[in-house]
Design a protein around this ligand. Sequence first.
Ligand SMILES: [Fe+2]
Length: 157
Amino acid sequence: MLTPAEFTLWQLVTAQFRLGRDSDHGPHHWLTVLRNGLHLARHHPADEQIVRLFALFHDSCRENESRDPEHGPRGAQLALEFRTAGHFELDDTRMDLLVTACRIHNGGPPQSDPTLAVCLDADRLDLGRVGITPDPARLSTATAQSIATRQAWHELE
Ligand SMILES: [Fe+2]
């Protein structure tokens, strides 16, 4: 799932992550978001490289496991710093989308842009890890809404 270059980048971001490898918001979750995002990107015209970078950066600067409303903007800032340092390449237009996705992912409304939609849904589909059933009304893509609806029905059975 990770290219060799991505693996190096993931190691660098993981090294600065404060909450440890077993965190609910740590590298295991990032990989699940990547897997979810790549699945959704097969059904919606999202920019796959942005989805991959979002999975890595969106929770990379969390400082606690509960309320941390500024972690999205901090993750966006880290992505900007890593691009400036040459750890990955992305043109300015696509970087703006990555920054937006990181900034709004925590509580932002459903999105119509397919890349933003897939990024946010990839994260929200993993809410079950912290005991929250994803709400289809908070999801942006028909594919994620369908998955969440099936999960909700499954829990009622
Ligand atoms: Fe997340």
